[in-house]
Design a protein around this ligand. Structure first.
Ligand SMILES: *Cc1c(COP(=O)(O)O)cnc(C)c1O
Length: 399
């Protein structure tokens, strides 16, 4: 889609609005399927963007679904994913949520010894499960999004293998999958290979093993010069170690991945309007009709999102600090070169598909943005903008 299309969407639906390009999701999915030729399945990490239309579209591409809450599981079922194509990977949930997933018959991934014991005691070998291993590899773009390191709350430590074995033995538990997810934004494909080798090493302790799930960590470029995870090279390396393992062990395992960001990040364009241009003694602020209540990544992770001026693309380049309208520091970007911004211009944040709308809130009693899907050359409204009444929904007026 073109910037003209985005401007038209801004006119038709107003701003702030998230726009998702279906074609881009398809391109990213095909990059993955082209890079891995055998025995590999991709489970879209729903939490990056759960609009039901996105889930349905991704299902139509042939992907499976990774869910971190029981509600994501239910959204997946609503979108038409079959139970065999849904993996439930929660952490720190009550056992009843796991029971609910079992009742729905989806794959269940367990990430602590306590639940493992409760699960084995209740279900024995009647319901095969995954175990999430923490391999203690430090990987990922930064500490907040790294999940495999020693301080991380995720997974069962690889050093607790003996304990897992004890639980399996005393409860007759059947583990048919091992899972690891070491973090987000991994550039170095050897980190995946290293992780895979760790899973190979412990695989002999799991006689019923069918699946190895490598989680995610696929990186996408956010700024010029950034690299995308080289999935082609990853595919080659992984296939080599996998076939070596198969020869040595005589076992044939299916490999799973859980890309979120890789599939939907670049599909997303977040369009906003500039409200106020405010020169101060130190900088020139552009105040927009949004804030960290709509896109929190820059403030939460120090993430960089490319910003462009769609309605004055030929304007002279000036340097701005782009801020939101929230009563709290919400700076999207310092010292950013943009084509001259006038009050009322339409700006776009690129790469806003993943963890954008999904992490939005009603802070400051502001309304959540609309969502639009660009499919087959047409704009489809897939979520209405919040209305004032939405702020009061669920409130009970007792005074
Ligand atoms: C968040 C998450 C993912 C997806 O991570 P991305 O960086 O968006 O690809 C995959 N698996 C699990 C278990 C996750 O929690």
């Amino acid at each position: 889609m073109t910037d003209k299309n985005l401007l038209k969407i801004a006119q038709e639906f107003g701003t702030p609005t998230y726009v998702y390009e279906a074609e881009s999701i398809k391109t990213q999915y095909q990059k993955l399927t082209d890079s891995f030729t055998k025995n590999t399945r991709f489970f879209y990490a729903a939490k990056s963007l759960t609009n039901i239309n996105i889930l349905k579209y991704i299902k139509s591409l042939g992907a499976s679904l990774d869910c971190v809450s029981i509600n994501e599981v239910k959204l997946g079922l609503r979108a038409g994913f079959t139970v065999d194509r849904i993996l439930f990977t929660p952490n720190c949930v009550d056992f009843s949520e796991i029971e609910e997933a079992v009742a729905l018959k989806v794959h269940v991934n367990i990430d602590n010894i306590s639940i493992l014991e409760q699960f084995g005691t209740k279900y024995g070998n009647s319901y095969p499960i995954f175990v999430r291993i923490n391999p203690h590899i430090f990987a990922g773009g930064n500490y907040k999004i790294s999940t495999g390191h020693i301080d991380s709350k995720f997974g069962i430590s690889i050093h607790q293998l003996r304990h897992i074995e004890r639980v399996m033995k005393s409860t007759n538990l059947c583990v048919n999958g091992l899972h690891m997810h070491t973090g987000s934004e991994i550039k170095d494909v050897d980190v995946f290979v290293q992780g895979l080798e760790i899973l190979f090493e412990i695989s002999e302790h799991f006689p019923y093993l069918k699946y190895l799930d490598m989680g995610s960590g696929f990186k996408v470029p956010y700024q010029d010069g950034d690299l995308e995870t080289d999935v082609k090279s990853l595919g080659k390396k992984v296939e080599k170690v996998l076939s070596d393992f198969e020869k040595e062990s005589g076992r044939n395992l299916e490999l799973w991945f859980e890309p979120g960001k890789f599939l939907v990040s670049e599909s997303g364009h977040f369009i906003v309007n500039s409200n106020v241009i405010k020169p101060t003694t130190a900088t020139t602020f552009v105040g927009i009709n949004s804030g960290f209540n709509h896109l929190i990544r820059p403030m939460f992770y120090d993430s960089y999102h490319k910003i462009e001026n769609l309605s004055n693309p030929k304007g002279a380049e000036r340097i701005y600090t782009v801020v939101g309208n929230i009563c709290e520091t919400d700076t999207f970007a310092w010292d950013r070169k943009l084509n001259e911004v006038r009050e009322g211009d339409v700006l776009v944040f690129r790469n806003a598909g993943a963890y954008g709308f999904e992490m939005s809130s009603n802070f400051n009693s502001r309304l959540k943005p609309a969502e639009v899907l660009w499919l087959d050359g047409k704009a489809h409204l897939i979520r209405r903008r919040d209305e004032f009444e939405d702020l009061l929904r669920n409130q009970i007026e007792v005074l």
